[in-house]
Design a protein around this ligand. Sequence first.
Ligand SMILES: C[S@@+](CC[C@H](N)C(=O)[O-])C[C@H]1O[C@@H](n2cnc3c(N)ncnc32)[C@H](O)[C@@H]1O
Length: 280
Amino acid sequence: MSNLEKGYMKKILRRLKKEGVLKTTQYLVNRPSIRKQQQIAEKEASTWNNHFFEELGADRSTAEHLLEETRKKIPLFDEDIHVKSQKNQSTHLLAFAALKVAGFSPKNILEIGTYLGFTTCFLSHLYPESKIYTAALPSDDPVFDDYHILSGQGVDKVFEQRLARQNITVIKKNSGFLWEENLPDFELIWLDGGHQYPVVAWDHFYSLSKLTNDGWLFSDDIVIPGADGKSEDDPRFDAYHTVEYYSKRLQNKFEYLLKREDAATFMYAKKFVAYVHKRN
Ligand SMILES: C[S@@+](CC[C@H](N)C(=O)[O-])C[C@H]1O[C@@H](n2cnc3c(N)ncnc32)[C@H](O)[C@@H]1O
């Protein structure tokens, strides 16, 4: 395990201790049985997503190269989490790059949940011929402050730079009202707004209804109920229940990509990006 990964592991353990899930952080990292589990987790985490690239027929290292080249074009600021986590970044970026490597060429792309415009800007550079629509919470929306912790001139400036691109259209609207807009159907949708009820349910409804045949929908931050003792009703699982609800009734089922491929996150804070490729 690299020093960077050890750093993530310690960070995650500290958070779990703070939340009362663990009593201590020390003995877990040092015990031999845990080291063995770490090795297994490392292997599982690094191979979990292989099926996606194989089914797509996209070479992973070509996609990784494209991802890094595209990433370099995004304006950054110091506090941005994406700057610090290059190693364990979310796999949605790699999945979008892999689609491009496989020859996918979307006409219209929708992102629900702009936040600081990182993925919006990434998609805009990755697919310069596409039109990117992104639904951003208006600053006077009652839930805006729940999500927007970073603020200040630096953040505002970078946010503006990222979005001031010719192929990006920002829709300043709570996603619950996207139906009021006259938007096209989309070949690619990145669903990354509120991850709890009711927002996550209406976002999936809207996205599925606006997905073209042969389109791809990716849904972020899926936590699968497991052995952590949390009730299935815990709001952390709302996105998972929504995805499964639809999956049971859809011809094309959702599948799961591991969101972060490092051992620490795999062991203690596993999350997924669900995706469905719509084919009639
Ligand atoms: C995880 S962040 C999005 C990150 C961004 N998509 C990216 O990949 O860089 C989730 C964002 O969704 C937005 N959001 C939450 N509820 C929303 C809603 N009902 N309508 C629109 N946006 C919403 C908030 O602004 C929040 O910051």
